[in-house]
Design a protein around this ligand. Structure first.
Ligand SMILES: [Zn+2]
Length: 439
């Protein structure tokens, strides 16, 4: 153990445990807040019994944050006690360095998670934040704003791919009908995608032997898919079948919700941070917190980690998924050229959310905006508006999160797929925050 670490770790564990209790307390006021909890069940019972007021939770968060600031170690005190032969010293120094970095990241993580919790308390008490202020307070990041012309030039390219009369969303809906996965084949296609993504992940990341998840098909939800982490390396993944599901969703869903996305992230946090290190703050997952940008960003980027080149993914899609879904594989390239353009419109959905949350447009104008700039059919635009109403600036965690994670990983690994896996695995097992991705 690095010198001077024991007491610091004990102090930090005490703060971390109080933080976990506070998250559970806030969950009593906000049913979406506690996304996962697998710590001692009596902590939850205690939160239910105590039912602390928002004021009390806010006051405790402020106190906890002050305690954490007070305990900040001085830069000199944490670097004592090196010695021995040169080789040994340099080894110790590496271990010390990484140990110190983990402690520094942990402290920063707790500080930002607590401050996001305090912001959520203020929101629940009625404080209205502007979209960017809210995303900074809750997710430690602000999404860039693009003007209409940015989207116009992407849309012009889509227009050229799908020519004809009527609004583009309508033509797009018509055009992509042949790529719907028939309902009765959905599970088979998803299971094939999951199997492939799992095999690819397992070849590079050490997963606990008993990790597993189940897939359920549900309806009437504002989201398309959800990973509910249950602890003990188990997840329940739900897929919303309200709207038609297209072939690109198979790999997306398998990688995002499963391997190497949410399921692997939660599993590695439980294994490395909760069990091996005994850090209680990771046994609870506060949805409206910086951790969500890391979670969604790594989950979205997971597809590129599992399939380091588009050629590799296309091969699997054409040889396995398209045939299993009964979809003409000879049109796969054409389909994905359009999907790649559609992906560039992701920030348009952020823009709709920003304007709606800021009160610049109403729900029907937001749906119109999504139809035009995100090329969504009315039902999908409605579903997205529902999502924005419920989760607000959370929307940035997906695309901005993905871009930030990509930038962070590529800076460290270039295009070397092995290095990419190792950096990705490290990120999934550390308490790094969104603002720490830009270092
Ligand atoms: Zn997700």
């Amino acid at each position: 153990m690095p010198s001077g670490g024991a007491r610091a770790a004990d102090d930090m564990n005490a703060v971390a445990e109080r933080y976990a209790h506070l998250v559970l307390a806030l969950g009593q006021h906000d049913p979406d807040y506690v996304d996962a909890f697998y710590g001692p069940p009596e902590w939850k019972t205690q939160a239910e019994k105590e039912k602390k007021s928002l004021d009390a939770i806010g006051a405790e968060a402020a106190e906890l944050s002050a305690t954490l600031n007070q305990d900040r170690p001085s830069p000199q005190s944490s670097r004592k006690g090196r010695g021995g032969r040169e080789a040994l010293a340099s080894k110790t120094s590496d271990a010390e360095k990484s140990g110190e970095e983990m402690l520094r990241l942990r402290r920063e993580y707790l500080q930002k998670q607590i401050s996001a919790l305090a912001a959520r308390v203020r929101m629940l008490k009625g404080e209205k934040l502007k979209f960017d202020d809210e995303s900074r307070a809750l997710y430690d990041a602000v999404a860039p704003t693009y003007g209409d012309s940015h989207y116009d030039q992407i849309i012009a390219q889509l227009e050229a791919k799908i020519p004809g009369k009527g609004p583009l969303w309508q033509r797009y809906e018509e055009w992509r009908k042949p790529f719907v996965i028939p309902k009765e084949k959905l599970d088979k296609v998803f299971q094939l995608a999951i199997k492939e993504c799992r095999a690819r992940t397992e070849a590079h990341v050490a997963l606990p032997p008993n990790e597993s998840f189940t897939v359920e098909y549900v309806t009437n939800k504002p989201w398309g898919g959800y990973n509910w982490y249950k602890g003990n390396f188990h997840s329940v993944i739900q897929v919303n079948t309200d709207l038609p599901i297209y072939i690109d969703r198979a790999v997306d869903l398998a990688a995002h919700e499963g391997y190497p996305g949410h399921h692997v992230y939660n599993t590695l946090l439980e294994k490395n941070l909760v069990r091996d290190r005994g850090w209680p703050e990771f046994s609870v997952y506060a949805l409206f917190s910086p951790q969500s940008l890391i979670a969604e960003g790594t989950a979205n980027f997971g597809r590129e980690v599992a399939f380091p080149t588009k050629a590799e993914r296309m091969k699997f899609e054409k040889e396995v998924l398209f045939p299993a879904a009964g979809i003409d594989a000879s049109r796969a390239d054409e389909y994905y050229v359009v999907q790649d353009l559609m992906k560039q419109l992701d920030y348009a959905a952020n823009e709709a959310a920003r304007r709606l949350v800021n009160g610049e447009i109403d729900e029907s104008a937001a749906a119109q905006w999504l139809q035009k700039y995100a090329v969504m059919e009315p039902a999908r635009a409605q579903q997205r508006v529902k999502f924005i109403k419920r989760y607000r600036s959370y929307v940035i965690n997906y695309n901005l999160g993905e871009d930030m994670v990509r930038c962070y990983i590529e800076k460290r690994s270039g295009t070397d797929p092995e290095k990419r896996w190792s950096e990705f695995g490290k990120l999934l097992s550390s308490p790094r925050l969104p603002s720490g991705l830009t270092n």
